[in-house]
Design a protein around this ligand. Structure first.
Ligand code: PMP
Length: 377
């Protein structure tokens, strides 16, 4: 199988799975129990939290372990805006956020919050200028993703974080799902207050995620009950999920530079080979681009048709993101990035992981050439 849909999900690392199973076999106590067996599970949880904070350099933060970034984004944005609505009602974001950010903010707009969408087709300086101009007395939150999941575009998180030092009342939420373990993420240096991540995007187990939050912030809980997870996410804690998430994070962050170099060489090679194919238009050619994602169109073939045709050759890529691929409409994200509707409908995404190989790229190109020739004529 040639699996090139790693932005949708990645295979679980055997070491991570081992850690998950070991906790479930030996340390399955409830970390909220008063007895020593529960306390052992609690210790593992505390250790996992410390590891996550150290790996992402977050000194004044705590970790809400949960089911994934969708939950993190919902809690970070709705929970923050509801807790601080007396301070102001203005949110700044981008039009290319994941649905779990976009729809949460749209819902807040219905409730009376005012939203400014930054045009991210501008230069880095242009993006910063728009943010600076949008910030006013009422602004309480900026929510901006680090890497876009369909295009691979990198947003200037470090620079936004520095700008926000001038506005301590404005808090900064970053959806880092597609950057964690791929490009450097330093929560303190980037001045991030709230950061969302999902373990299954970096060889962790599905259903395990985290919201890393500034410990001095308040959030309105989304799930009430037994007050677990600092009172912000009630429900018996998935200790195996937390331990395996910390392990998965260490396994991708330690070799981050060498993984990056490897994937960059695959990206350069794939672009070079794709450009040789008649009708291929590369969408991901921006300067600020992660090599883990390539978005392109094989004109005039519909993205969905191409995905299914490649499947016949055991090659797996995606049309749009996995979360939005069931909708027939052109991608909201590509259109916001200035790509016309026709090309947007013909676009597909190839996404690498550190385990992808040159052989995978060769097989992709070989299969692409065959199916494009079949579908065009
Ligand atoms: N944000 C981004 C940028 C994503 O790519 C995804 C996953 N497609 C999510 C949030 C949501 O993650 P999950 O499905 O693991 O909750």
């Amino acid at each position: 199988m040639i699996y090139l849909d790693n932005s949708a999900t990645t295979p679980v690392d055997p070491e991570v799975l081992k850690a998950f199973v070991k906790v479930n076999e030996n340390f399955w106590g409830n970390p909220s129990s008063l007895h020593a067996f529960g306390a052992r599970a609690e210790q593992l949880l505390i250790q996992a939290e410390k590891q996550v904070l150290t790996l992402l350099n977050a000194k004044n933060h705590k970790v809400i372990f949960n089911s994934g970034a969708t939950e993190s984004n919902n809690l970070a944005i709705r929970g923050f805006c509801h807790a601080y609505k007396k301070r102001g009602n203005h949110i700044i974001t981008t039009p290319i956020e994941h649905a779990s950010v976009h729809e949460t903010i749209e819902e807040l707009e219905q409730e009376g919050f005012r939203v400014t969408y930054i045009d991210v087709t501008a230069t880095k300086e242009g993006i910063l200028q728009q943010i600076q101009e949008a910030i006013c007395e009422d602004t309480i939150l900026i929510s901006c993703m680090h890497v876009n999941n369909e295009m691979g575009m990198i947003l200037p998180i470090y620079e936004i974080g520095q700008l926000l030092k001038k506005y301590p009342k404005v808090k900064f939420h970053v959806d880092a799902v597609q950057s964690i373990g791929k490009i450097p993420v330093d929560i303190d240096k980037m001045n991030i207050d709230l950061l969302s991540l999902s373990a299954h995007k970096f060889h962790g187990v599905k259903g395990c995620g985290a919201l890393i939050m500034n410990q001095y912030l308040n959030l309105a809980p989304e799930i009430t009950g037994g007050h677990q997870m600092y009172g912000l996410r009630s429900g018996t804690i998935n200790v195996a999920g937390a331990v395996s998430l910390a392990k998965a994070l260490r396994l991708v962050i330690e070799p981050l530079d060498s993984n990056y170099r490897h994937v960059k060489s695959l990206f350069d090679y794939a672009i070079q080979e794709l450009e040789k194919i008649d009708g291929v238009v590369i969408n991901s050619n921006r300067e600020e681009q992660t090599p883990y994602i390539i978005n392109f169109a094989a004109v005039p073939i519909k993205g969905e048709t191409l995905v299914h045709a490649l499947e016949e050759y055991d090659v797996y890529i995606s049309a749009k993101s996995a979360c939005s691929s069931k909708s027939a409409a052109a991608s909201r994200i590509l259109m916001a990035l200035g790509i016309g509707e026709d090309i947007a409908l013909e676009s597909v995404r190839v996404s690498f992981s550190d385990r992808s190989t040159k052989e995978d790229v060769d097989q992709l190109i070989k299969a692409l050439k065959v199916v494009i020739a079949q579908l065009k004529y």
